[in-house]
Design a protein around this ligand. Structure first.
Ligand SMILES: Cc1cc2nc3c(=O)[nH]c(=O)nc-3n(C[C@H](O)[C@H](O)[C@H](O)COP(=O)(O)OP(=O)(O)OC[C@H]3O[C@@H](n4cnc5c(N)ncnc54)[C@H](O)[C@@H]3O)c2cc1C
Length: 270
């Protein structure tokens, strides 16, 4: 089926072997009306079964003020069909179909002049970049702190690139810390300790958490326990709470028993 919406790839920056920035000029329609923090679903040509191609969710990190362009920062995840195709098979001049923007319910409101905490793990930093550059974030910038947790300095985008992508008056409150690999037990505890440290510097009335759902759930619980839970937006990119299998639930429980979020359970039918 022909893509209803598409853009043309006009530049590619290969940041490292598994990470690239794709810059698109939008063609149909010629602009995208989005709010910073929102994402699109990109259609690939990687066939995952006969007649079905891989699609993936990617956050727009370019500015709302340039609606004719779209920049996506993409990390290839192992041999995942969508990210492998986007990292290896897309060239300058290619057409890329997409749907969206999506995610309006989370981002379509302005944050006031309040202390605000932005916690991102791994590739989740893209939501922070997108949202902080949005006009909806303008009032909180002077009181915003950003904490980016990742397993290695070369895991995704360059740290300097990320710092320079944040609004200028936030850059001095941008902190990067290394934590253990995804799905390894100390990760959640390390993240909680670092968030606790951040809470000595601010009393967030707004928080945006994005990235690893295994980390975000316990952090959300921590914020709730401290009385900061009412305006927390969570954007899990992976390890989504509702998609965990039993072993994942056990991992979170064992690592942080009193803070683990309770999985939603269906009530048994009478
Ligand atoms: C709202 C949202 C916004 C996103 N924005 C971005 C973005 O801007 N840039 C970006 O690179 N990715 C982003 N992602 C993640 C991206 O959508 C997935 O990495 C991609 O769809 C994987 O597709 P695949 O076919 O390559 O791999 P799949 O076959 O779908 O397999 C990927 C598997 O790897 C796991 N996984 C392990 N580590 C990671 C990790 N660090 N990230 C993702 N999955 C991991 C996943 O749980 C999943 O099981 C976003 C996801 C969401 C939900």
């Amino acid at each position: 089926m022909a893509d209803r919406k598409f853009g043309r790839v006009v530049a590619i920056e290969q940041v490292r072997h598994d990470t690239r920035l794709l810059h698109l000029e939008l063609e149909k329609p010629a602009t995208i009306d989005f709010v910073g923090g929102q994402y699109v679903i990109v259609h690939t040509k990687a066939e995952i079964e006969p007649g079905k191609v891989a699609k993936g969710t990617f956050t727009i990190i370019s500015s709302e003020a340039q609606p004719g362009q779209m920049t996506l920062a993409i990390k290839q995840i192992d041999s995942g069909p969508c990210t492998t195709w986007l990292n290896n098979s897309v060239n300058v001049g290619d057409r890329l179909g997409y749907s969206g923007p999506w995610g309006a319910k989370n981002y379509d409101h302005a944050v006031g002049e309040v202390d605000a905490l932005f916690l991102a793990t791994d590739t989740g930093i893209n939501t922070t970049i997108g949202f902080l550059n949005s006009k909806n974030a303008a009032a909180c910038l002077s009181r915003a702190r950003v904490l980016w947790l990742l397993p290695a300095r070369d895991y995704f985008l360059d740290i300097d690139y990320v710092r320079n992508s944040l609004p200028e008056n936030v850059r001095s409150r941008f902190r990067v810390e290394l934590i253990s690999d995804i799905s390894t037990p100390p990760r959640v505890d390390q993240a909680l300790k670092l968030v606790e440290e951040e809470l000595t510097n601010l009393q967030p009335r707004f928080a945006l958490l994005s990235g690893d759902g295994d980390v975000l759930g316990p952090v959300q619980q921590l914020l709730t326990d401290r009385g900061f839970g009412s305006a927390v937006t969570m954007e899990p990119y992976f390890n989504k709470p509702d998609k965990k299998d039993d072993s994942k639930k056990n991992f979170v429980r064992a690592s942080q028993p009193e803070l683990a979020p309770q999985p939603l359970r269906k009530q048994p039918q009478e």
